[in-house]
Design a binder for this molecule. Sequence first.
Ligand code: PLP
Length: 386
Amino acid sequence: MTNKPAKPINLFDCATSQKVIGQENFLNAFKTILNHGGYAQGPETRELDQKLADYSGTKFCATCGSGTDALTLALMAWDVKAGDAVFVSSFTFVASAEAPVLLGATPIFVDSDPNTYNMNPQDLERAIEEVKKEGKLNLKAVIAVDIFGSPCDYDAIINIARKNGMKVLSDSCQSYGSVYKGKKAGSIADMSATSFYPTKPLACYGDGGAVFTNSNEENELVKSCRVHGMSPEDHYDNVRLGMTGRLNTFQAAVVLQKLKVFDQELKDRFRVASRYDNELSSYFHKQQILDGCQSAYALYTIDCEDRDGLMAFLKENGIPCGAYYPRPVHTQTAYAKWNTRSLPVCEKLSKTVLSIPMTPYLDDEDLDYVISKMNEFAASKTSKAA
Ligand SMILES: *Cc1c(COP(=O)(O)O)cnc(C)c1O
């Protein structure tokens, strides 16, 4: 039995697309920027705004400095502030909850669905009832996170939010390229935020992000907050609080190059996922994708009772993997004071989920090896149990 893949296998792959696109194309794009000198929010950022709005099917897109900036700018456009309750799942990357907290709002953590790992709409309803009963906070917004690239149950979440006078912000930082019932990420909720961090499905070579909306007013507010709350008429009059949230022009040029291969990369992510779906042992519970939806597969994640044993086994066999996320946000030190609700599903998931190699550039040889080793582990478990 070999315990090494024939060639190294990556959990993420931030490098191969550079070869596929051609390094000279990046260098030429960078040279254009060096020559025109618009380093921050140059013409490439406006071209990217337009291309992404077209891709998502939204009226507006405003690129910005990161996914965290995108979430924060969207909430700023809604004037989220102290005294507001913002409902967010706890089984996510910390930034989903950090954005409302930075604005002084109170995050209300919501439990996950055990199969999709996304926000559980029933628990959202319970959390809303609890906040209403206490009567201290203003019901403001729901942040729906598409964990690992897979769309949330938006029909249910939007319906619950509407009944309670709240807006829904989609945290699409992992799901750009996903589809919810015919709508692309960016166009599903009231506003959406995405990230171009190098390990995300559509990535740059540093930090970047974007906010999507169909509302001209929201888009203008995001653009103003992105540059310190600047008035569009008088650039020396700042009419609201904002931040430095501009996208660096070089990163916009990278995303423009990456867009050329994005659809092919998504197809290749589906190819990898469908081999895992079809060939991995049923001992592993795979993340459930909702009917009529397509994940962007930022990660391919399974749930396994002996997660730590599986991790050790895969490492021994030269297969990289990652436990995303080993600590739900409400259990982290900086968020302890908002650890007010019982969240048993997300606490259980944090102990049992594992993400295995998912890149558009895994070939059949890589996948044969990963699948055979995963299934070898499953067989050793099920024979012991029998
Ligand atoms: C990556 C990520 C963010 C933050 O994006 P940055 O670009 O790193 O600021 C927010 N939410 C989720 C779910 C993410 O995965």
